[in-house]
Design a protein around this ligand. Structure first.
Ligand SMILES: [Zn+2]
Length: 309
């Protein structure tokens, strides 16, 4: 018996010794930066720009509402263990502001990808009580402006690979230009007077501005407050008077209210839009990976155009 155990221990040690030099070599060659992100849209950005040099750990998965999300004890560990943290900012992650602020105050590199965007380009709707509307990813040229912040932050963290981050940033910008061209051509299939987007919460003001849609939402900018009965009646009347063909539910908001309104107004639910989270990575819809920013935008616009044209 003793002999067997000794043999096993010997084998185990031999195997470990065999593996360890390779592993050490690999980690010496490419010590990846550990980045913790809040929402999917930021993860996608950091993955594209940090490709090959960055390991992304995400706090909020698909279908999670960032307005309501509070960091768990496990999330706090993910944040503390990160070499850097990236988030959207503009109060999107409203209930995580405090913990992010504390980490930043303690010297952790914490970056809001929106921090360098010119305030003149941001919307400040009345409902958000003096704050900016954070849903900028739905205006592709505006989201493109977050690329430079990520490129420069990663370059500061890891100067050895700065050139790669800059090159990846350029590629990401070119892809967004292409996406914007596609989006403009696609929405042109819907006549201007039919471009009315009715959804659960006000995530699409930038989308409306960029692609010529009038946007009407049941709830305000954040999902923190719920719509009352008066809001529902008003929305039903609006849908009827404007002869809107279809309205939309969102992946991060309970669909029941919108379904009830569609029934009352006698219109169809045009489909499920991504609002504050993307799909699962590798979740394919035809050629689209719904777990990517590009997949999210193409999915939303295709659904809206199909239902309203
Ligand atoms: Zn939102």
């Amino acid at each position: 018996m003793k002999l067997v155990i000794v043999t096993w221990v010997f084998l185990l040690v031999a195997c470990t010794q065999n593996n360890s030099p390779n592993e050490a070599q690999v980690s010496r060659e490419s010590p990846k930066i550990k980045v913790t992100t809040t929402v999917n849209m930021v993860s996608d950005l950091v993955r594209q720009i940090g490709a090959g040099h960055v390991e992304v750990v995400e706090i909020m998965g698909p279908g999670v509402d960032p307005h309501l999300y509070k960091a768990s004890a496990n999330d706090v560990i993910k944040l503390q263990e990160a070499d850097a943290i990236f988030y959207v900012g503009l109060l999107l992650e409203g209930k995580m502001e405090e913990v992010l602020g504390k980490l930043k105050g303690g010297g952790k590199p914490v970056y809001a990808v929106t921090e360098n965007i010119d305030a003149d380009r941001l919307l400040k709707p009345d409902e958000f009580e003096g704050h900016f509307d954070p849903h900028i990813w739905f205006e592709v040229p505006l989201w493109k402006e977050t690329i430079d912040a990520v490129v420069s932050s990663l370059g500061k963290l890891d100067p050895a690979n700065k050139v790669d981050y800059e090159a990846n940033g350029k590629t990401a910008k070119a892809r967004m230009d292409e996406l914007q061209q596609w989006a403009e051509a696609k929405v042109a299939e819907v006549p201007l007077q039919k471009r009315i987007l009715v959804t659960s919460h006000d995530a699409y003001n930038y989308f409306g501005r960029a692609y010529g849609f009038k946007v009407v939402a049941l709830q305000g900018i954040s999902t923190v407050s719920e719509a009352g009965l008066a809001d529902r009646t008003k929305l039903v009347d609006f849908i009827k008077s404007q002869k809107v063909k279809a309205i939309f539910v969102e992946t991060t908001v309970n669909p029941e209210a919108i379904k009830a309104i569609a029934l009352d107004a006698g219109v169809t639910v045009g489909g499920e839009l991504f609002s504050d989270a993307m799909g699962e990575r590798g979740q394919m819809e035809g050629e689209l990976d719904l777990g990517t920013y590009e997949g999210m935008i193409r999915h939303n616009i295709s659904i809206i155009v199909k239902a309203l044209r």
